[in-house]
Ligand binder design. Structure first.
Ligand code: SAH
Length: 347
């Protein structure tokens, strides 16, 4: 069952919290104090809120839920220091998040749903389907828990863990509002990336909000035929529609699209694929991230070899397309989407 928004104190905006306090007969400034404890100081529960009277925290306890994650497992990569967290939500569901340290700052990759119903063939998160959407607070909690655990500021957030963020659209929007609120972490929209498998109508809705975040689109194929083979969502929205939505996103926001392209040996990694990809996206203001597919044991997809990856990259570059090969982080710790959660649930 979906948890209730109306009871979730950490998903309220400051304005909503003020209205709640007023309805309780409390002073309005209490709302700001509570909000700062939750979103600035990242309190794990009311007992840490030193300047709030006991009578008020008792009332809050009775009226609202206070989400908090429990870290069940933390794995650290010996190769690059990447940390992978497995968190238990209040109702027992599990999600995973990843912390990566880059030269320009720390990045956290969060999940937006427990499980996923998109069915991409190479992805471990979707193998058991969707459990439920995460609340805005539960998306924030992943960042808060990791900040407290590492003791270091998070400078970038990518919504690229388990789940399809545009399939949890309203909660995603509230999450963004809270994350970028000056009374909370006050993160810049420019330091946020949201990754979608390509839910076209929601991409257009998002474009109309004119946010300054980066939209990443998981493309993985340059023809409808190959894309349908890898991603069921391609049955609903064809590449033509998807490309139009990407162009619309750029027109509305001025933000260039990032395309993610996971290279699978013999499926989408030939020179002909690179040529088709170039003509598909060549006119868009975009950037391509090439990711050698991370094989999961439930499927027999094979990672493209180094040579094929380089040749693919060169072909795109020759055609004037911006491209990077995504550095594989945390290979030794089940870095791929949904692998850690799955392993835990099987054991
Ligand atoms: N649902 C969103 C975000 C989560 S998946 C989306 O589809 O974009 C994040 C990215 O990891 C997507 O590009 C997804 O296609 C990719 N991915 C998932 N499993 C993978 C694997 N085993 N190897 C390489 N990339 C994978």
């Amino acid at each position: 069952m979906e948890p209730q928004w109306t009871r979730d104190i950490k998903s309220f905006t400051l304005g909503q919290l003020q209205a709640q306090m007023e309805a309780m007969g409390e002073k309005p400034f209490r709302a700001k104090q509570l909000y700062e404890w939750m979103h600035k100081k990242m309190a794990r529960d009311y007992s840490q809120m030193g300047n709030i009277p006991r009578s008020l925290t008792d009332k809050c306890r009775a009226s609202y839920d206070y989400t908090a994650l429990e870290a069940v497992r933390v794995q650290e990569s010996n190769i690059d220091g990447t940390r992978k967290y497995l968190f238990r939500l209040s109702d027992g569901n599990m999600v995973e998040s990843v912390w990566m340290r880059y030269k320009h700052g720390n990045s956290v990759c969060i999940s937006s749903q427990a499980g996923c119903r998109m069915g991409c063939r190479f992805c471990a998160s979707t193998l058991d389907g969707l459990e439920r959407n995460l609340l805005p607070s539960e998306m924030l909690d992943q960042i808060y828990a990791i900040t407290l655990h590492t003791g270091e500021r998070v400078s970038n957030v990518v919504v690229m863990g388990s789940g399809e963020p545009l399939d949890n659209y309203n909660n995603l929007l509230r999450f963004i509002e809270l994350l970028t609120d000056e009374n909370g972490l006050n993160m810049s929209q420019r330091n946020l990336t949201v990754s979608t498998c390509g839910i076209v109508p929601k991409m257009r809705e998002l474009a109309d909000r004119k946010l300054q975040m980066t939209l990443a689109v998981s493309l993985h194929a340059a023809t409808d035929e190959t894309r349908k083979h890898l991603m069921p969502i391609a049955e609903r929205y064809g590449l033509k529609e998807l490309m139009e939505a990407c162009a619309y996103y750029f027109r509305q926001t001025g933000r260039r699209i990032t395309f993610e392209y996971s290279l699978v040996a013999g499926v989408n990694d030939t020179q002909e694929d690179a040529r088709q990809l170039s003509s598909l996206i060549g006119r868009l203001n975009c950037h391509v991230n090439l990711i050698p597919v991370n094989p999961i044991k439930e499927r027999d997809y094979v990672q493209s070899g180094r040579h094929a990856v380089e040749a693919f990259k060169n072909k795109l570059e020759k055609n004037g397309i911006n491209v990077t090969i995504r550095r594989e982080m945390g290979r030794d710790i089940d870095g791929a989407c949904g692998q850690l959660r799955r392993r835990y649930m099987e054991s």
